[in-house]
Design a protein around this ligand. Structure first.
Ligand code: SF4
Ligand code: SF4
Ligand code: SF4
Ligand code: FES
Length: 980
């Protein structure tokens, strides 16, 4: 299949857009509104070419066999110039004093490409003010070329549906919620629009006045300079003026540093360049990240102020009585090593315990577990996956063999049906949510959501299930039984690939649809419909998170999910599989790299003598043979007096562990407690020594995201004076205990990990350079597996296994006194308790505190209104917060987000756990509610996006522009859109 371009035949790929083919052929033509990740928008007309003798937009045309394309004709060239001239009528070229003059401005670069010397249509400002009302970005209508990229991104990629263009207006512009100030609209500050804007109409506020050499000048001086340049333009033309601005742009390269990094918040694994000038963070620029492309959420795009917060710890602190004194690094590290050695000598290595951070790098987790095992001699080693993800891992270990997502985010996009269970994906994993929202809106993907709350994904779903709390296992098993019993299963797949079918079928006998309906409160018809949708779909991906795992049946429900996928043949193919959504940026990597009580790196068992012997040889020590304590057991062991010392880094344990009062009591009972942190966290209050660490922007290493994707991060800023990267601190302690480690760079740590860890055998820093990534397992030759199980499952016979799971009653059930069910989770704007995100002023402004969601029914029964102060008391503690009345929750179910250090929801949660993994049953909590009588303001201020009114539409709707009386396609008779 070939298309001829300017007389030269070019082979075409199926479905290839003509613009992509032209670009691939090395021909430069303008394409101002086109962005490959958004698809054709067709608003700018600058890509006109002749196709079989007719002028057409190259972006809106598919390349076809036998097509004859001419880009070089004077007719096509004239049309493109005419189109770009219209753009310049909407945009003043003042590049030298523009913060967007950084070499990547599409309008600037197109002016140069077309060698524009003078414009025909004079620039006219629009009759609107600049909108500065969003804390993170601003919109300047006078510079807006109406390309619509921002609208397309907001409507079809982010799918927040805030933006539109009023094409019929005499002065079209971009609108937020149809005409609200940005700061009072439904805009969630994800930054997609700013990222894709091809000029300076949408700009990150952190860039303003900072990027250029002249851009910080006062407005009158700037305007004066612009006037001078405009004055000489008719005489000298744009060419010379552009040369000047390009010199200035090149000069910026020496002071603006662009560093690739990986987001430090959730497990999606967004990567981007961070632009810095000294320690000032100018902006985050996503584009090439394999997980996210141009996408981010508010946290990854704008939530970085914590790095330069004045609250950063910069001196080691040593406890003296009730307070702390500053100490030198040498004194603090020597003190830590001495106390560890003393305690080990007095009560044995198992009286010490270590907790690694799932915010920190793989290399740091590896060193922490090596310190615990090889230097101290204990397997008392864990990370916070215990609090969230361990049950999902267990469910997958039992059934398919690997404890990770079975495919990639691309598979989720491709699936015919996505089912989301117990995950508020749009807030907790926002960029994955964008892919589901886009596929659902644009490509007909079906969506089923099961949740206690009518969250955003539930609102969008084709079917929304609201089961009774703690009953997911029942309805999942019931629809699997129905599918197996009614010939809807993929029998050929089961026969070939799954063991234990008969036993499993028998285990489902009691799970009839009627029983499920009665226990779960779901209609039989709804369950039947769901079963048929799953059985009939072309590829099913199931996404789940803490709403499943943080239950006493977390592992069993995760297993039931995998059983359902096996019964319907939804493994081993693109667009299928199991996707437990990992919470922290590196919670997958922390477990992968051995920060667990029973596994060395790569899930190699500590109680397997051959494995242990391998590590003993490599590390030159003998290693403890029995699995150690997990972090739940550690707390009990402190209360029992068996555990005397602890070393925790990057983990707000006293707030994020369940039954926070019980945890706090334990931590205060330790003989010696070392915290390594970037701020003085709540948990630091219990420490004896606090070591100031460096956050992700200040170090190198690797993170592993939810899709098992290993990615490198580079040092964007030097460690803040006085702080140190965690890997260096751990090494310093190990060496003071005689370890003799000599790592000078994290790459050397990985050189040690790879040969010891078959799962990561081929991981090298070279193979991860820049935006290159690997998805484990990685063979020695560097080949990886974006889709798992393409050849077999991870069991000796290559087959998966049905794993029968019974149901039992949830713990901490309501009774007469504790009569309400309390659910909890994350909020879009904050990460967990908010230690990092509250330090971004704009986030704090929009989301200043936690709150309690109350249903309208309960509110009217108890006389509660939005703003009412409430006290919640559970069997374990109490908290106070204000009410938000919302239909997101129903009946006697409450919801409280976890973004508070003052009133943490985990004071209310219990010490009950999942039986198999000891993950706390955070989602099984009953409370008593007391209305305190005071009524304050709505805890969600007017500027919070939840008060907005989105304006969904299919995209930018360019057809409305084409219908304007003053629009003609360039190359035909020209009439410009009048702006004044
Ligand atoms: S939600 Fe806001 S920041 Fe995100 S694309 Fe839409 S308008 Fe832009
Ligand atoms: S604000 Fe939107 S429409 Fe205006 S130039 Fe930027 S991306 Fe295009
Ligand atoms: S928090 Fe998650 S979704 Fe948001 S930018 Fe970071 S990795 Fe992406
Ligand atoms: S790039 Fe084709 S119309 Fe804008």
């Amino acid at each position: 299949m070939t298309t001829t371009i300017d007389g030269r035949p070019q082979a075409i790929q199926p479905g290839e857009r003509l613009i992509d083919l032209i670009n691939r052929s090395g021909i430069d033509i303008p394409q101002v509104c086109y962005h490959p990740q958004l698809g054709p928008i067709q608003t700018c007309d600058t890509c006109m070419v002749e196709v079989d003798g007719k002028l057409q937009r190259a972006c809106g045309t598919l390349a076809a066999d036998g097509m004859n394309v001419v880009t070089l004709s004077s007719r096509a060239d004239a049309a493109r110039r005419e189109a770009f001239d219209r753009i310049l009528g909407n945009h003043m070229l003042y590049c030298t004093v523009c913060d967007n003059n950084n070499g990547n401005c599409t309008v600037h670069n197109t002016t140069r490409l077309l060698a524009v010397e003078h414009q025909e249509i004079p620039y006219k400002p629009k009759p609107y003010e600049v909108d500065m009302s969003n804390p993170f970005y601003r919109y300047d209508p006078d510079q807006c070329i109406l390309c619509g990229r921002c609208v397309q991104a907001c409507q079809t990629l982010e799918v927040n549906e805030t933006l539109s263009i009023n094409w019929e207006d005499s002065h079209p512009r971009v609108l937020w919620d149809g005409g609200a100030p940005i700061g009072e609209s439904s805009c969630v500050s994800c930054g997609h629009c700013v990222t894709v804007c091809p000029c300076n109409a949408l700009m990150e506020k952190n860039m303003l006045g900072e990027a250029g050499y002249f851009t910080s000048l006062a407005k009158p001086a700037l305007n004066g300079m612009i006037d001078i340049v405009k004055g000489i333009e008719p005489e000298i033309g744009y060419g010379s003026i552009l040369q000047l601005s390009e010199m200035e742009s090149h000069m910026r390269e020496s002071r603006i540093k662009r560093t690739k990094t990986v987001c430090t918040y959730c497990g999606v694994g967004c990567s981007f360049d961070v632009w810095t000038k000294d320690r000032h963070i100018l902006k985050v620029e996503p584009e090439h990240g394999p997980a996210n492309g141009v996408s981010t959420c508010i946290k990854g795009k704008f939530g970085w102020d914590y790095v330069n917060s004045p609250d950063r710890l910069t001196k080691p602190l040593i406890r003296e009585g009730a307070s702390f004194r500053e100490a030198s690094w040498d004194e603090a590290l020597t003190h830590v090593a001495r106390r560890f050695a003393e305690i080990k000598a007095a009560t044995g290595p198992d009286s010490l315990a270590f907790i690694s951070s799932s915010k920190c790098t793989n290399e740091e987790s590896y060193l922490m577990q090596k310190l615990a095992r090889a230097v101290i001699g204990t397997n008392n080693m864990d990370n916070c996956s215990r609090y969230c993800q361990a049950p999902a891992t267990m469910g997958l270990f039992r059934t398919v063999g690997y404890g990770g997502d079975s495919g990639s985010i691309h598979d989720i996009e491709k699936a015919g049906l996505v089912m989301i269970i117990g995950s508020n994906t749009a807030e907790s994993h926002p960029v994955i949510a964008t892919r589901v929202k886009r596929a659902h809106k644009m490509h007909g993907q079906k969506l089923i959501v099961s949740d206690l709350r009518a969250n955003e994904m539930a609102e969008r779903a084709d079917v929304f299930l609201h089961p009774r709390p703690g009953t997911d296992l029942i309805w999942l098993s019931a629809i699997t039984r129905y599918i197996l019993a009614n010939g809807l299963a993929d029998q050929a797949f089961i026969d070939q690939w799954v063991n234990g079918a008969e036993e499993y079928r028998k285990s489902l006998e009691s799970f009839t649809l009627e029983m499920a309906s009665e226990r779960c409160g779901l209609a039989v018809e709804t369950l039947t419909k769901v079963a048929h949708m799953i059985a009939g779909a072309s590829g099913v991906c199931i996404l789940w998170a803490m709403g499943v795992t943080q239950h006493s049946m977390g592992s069993d429900t995760s297993t039931a999910i995998s059983n359902l996928l096996l019964a319907t043949g939804n493994y081993m193919k693109p667009g299928t599989g199991a996707y437990p959504l990992r919470g922290h940026n590196n919670v997958q990597g922390a477990s992968d790299h051995g920060a667990m009580p029973n596994y060395f790196p790569g899930y190699q068992k500590v109680d397997d003598p051959a494995i242990r012997a391998k590590f003993e040889r490599a590390w030159g020590v003998s290693l403890p043979p029995k699995p150690g304590l997990d972090n739940h057991m550690m707390i009990d062991a402190i209360h029992d007096g068996r555990l005397r010392a602890m070393y925790v880094f990057g983990e707000e344990m006293s707030l994020v562990d369940s039954n926070a009062n019980y945890v706090a009591d334990a931590l205060s009972n330790l003989d010696f407690f070392v915290m390594q942190e970037i701020f003085f966290s709540e948990t630091c209050r219990f420490a004896d020594v606090i070591l100031p660490a460096s956050p992700s922007l200040e170090k190198e290493g690797t993170f592993t995201s939810t899709e098992r994707r290993i990615q490198r991060l580079y040092e964007a800023l030097e460690p803040l004076e006085g702080s140190r990267p965690d890997w260096q601190i751990i090494q310093d302690i190990a060496n003071r205990l005689g370890a003799g480690w000599k790592y000078e760079h994290p790459s050397q740590i990985y050189e040690e990990i790879a040969p010891l860890t078959p799962l990561m055998a081929g991981v090298t820093y070279e193979r991860l350079e820049g935006y290159k990534t690997l998805q484990w397992p990685v063979a020695e030759d560097g080949s990886d597996q974006p889709l798992l199980y393409t050849k077999q499952f991870n069991f000796p016979d290559g087959k998966a296994t049905f794993f029968p799971v019974p149901w039992s009653e949830p713990t901490d059930q309501p009774n007469e006194e504790y009569d309400l069910h309390l659910n909890n989770g994350r909020l879009l704007e904050h990460f967990h308790e908010g230690n990092m995100t509250y330090r971004t002023e704009g986030i704090r402004e929009k989301t200043p505190c936690t709150f309690i969601e109350v249903s309208p029914e309960l509110a009217s029964e108890r006389g509660i209104q939005t703003g009412s102060w409430l006290q919640l008391t559970s069997r374990y503690g109490e908290v106070r917060a204000q009410a938000v009345i919302t239909t997101r929750v129903r009946g006697r179910e409450l919801y409280m987000p976890m973004n508070s250090t003052e009133e943490p929801v985990n004071r209310l949660t219990s010490s009950h756990t999942d039986k198999a993994t000891h993950t706390p049953a955070y989602k099984e909590a009953s409370v008593h509610l007391r209305v305190l009588g005071e009524i304050g303001q709505d805890p969600l201020p007017r500027t919070n996006s939840r008060h907005g009114h989105p304006t969904p539409q299919p995209g930018v709707e360019v057809e409305r522009k084409w219908k304007r009386k003053d629009y003609r396609q360039p190359g035909d008779q020209l009439v410009q859109i009048q702006t004044r």
